[in-house]
Write a protein of this length. Structure first.
Length: 208
């Protein structure tokens, strides 16, 4: 079982990682976007951590809804509403509980990805965060179905997210700002897929 406190440890670790990688995320976005992805994510996740400290939520559902609302309200651009929706849907799917079993965790994360799809309409190969998250969640489900522990499943998911992130390099962007570049988006790693791989890596580091 994963407790709400452990789940919040995941959120704090994601905040730490996007802050550590802020300049790298922004440099990736300067190549195919408007050079704000690291700034957006570090500011947004900083606000999330402050809000969690100021107003500690009682359940996983309440916590993730608060995380999502903070991102939606504090982060402009594409990534605020997209990550905000991911966490909001995670919270709704998790429900007013203080523990999640591995299947419940995977189900909530899947609901979060479905929220990203509902909001941004990304498809596989569009060169977005979806290209890191979708293979990660498939790997998570597969490892859990095979009887693996949550830790093993998250390590498999993190490897799949990293591979999905790397696979965005040759892709032609079909969503978001990078799509305005057409062929010139080819050859660059997607910033959102890079932060999404950090989200999965943070889960493997804290919930494994
Ligand atoms: P903006 O593009 O508004 O400046 P960010 O730079 O913070 O926002 O985030 C850009 C990232 O958002 C992209 O690298 C991509 O992964 C993701 N993204 C953009 N549009 C979409 C979309 N429609 N669906 C999924 N992800 C998207
Ligand atoms: Mg940007």
């Amino acid at each position: 079982m994963t407790t709400s406190d452990q789940l919040l440890g995941w959120v704090r670790e994601f905040a730490r990682q996007v802050t550590e990688h802020r300049d790298e995320l922004t440099a990736l976005d300067s190549a195919i976007g408007d050079a704000d992805h690291g700034i957006n994510m570090a500011r947004g996740m900083g606000a999330v951590v402050e809000a969690l400290e100021a107003n500690p939520p009682a359940t996983a559902g309440a916590a993730f809804k608060q995380v999502g609302m903070t991102l939606v309200s504090k982060v402009g651009g594409a990534s605020g509403p997209l990550y905000g929706t991911l966490f909001l849907r995670f919270g709704t799917a998790a429900g007013e509980v203080t523990e999640l079993d591995p299947a419940g965790f995977a189900k909530a994360f899947r609901a979060g990805l479905e929220g990203v799809v509902a909001r941004g309409r990304p498809e596989a190969g569009d060169k977005t965060m979806y290209d890191a998250l979708a293979p990660a969640l498939d790997a998570l489900d597969e490892a859990l179905a095979g009887g693996g522990s949550l830790g093993d499943a998250l390590r498999a998911a993190s490897a799949a997210a990293d591979a999905g992130r790397d696979a965005t390099i040759p892709m032609l962007a079909r969503k978001g700002r990078a799509s305005y570049l057409g062929e010139r988006s080819v050859g660059h790693q997607d910033p959102g897929a890079t932060s999404a791989a950090l989200l999965v890596a943070a889960a493997a580091a804290t919930l494994g």
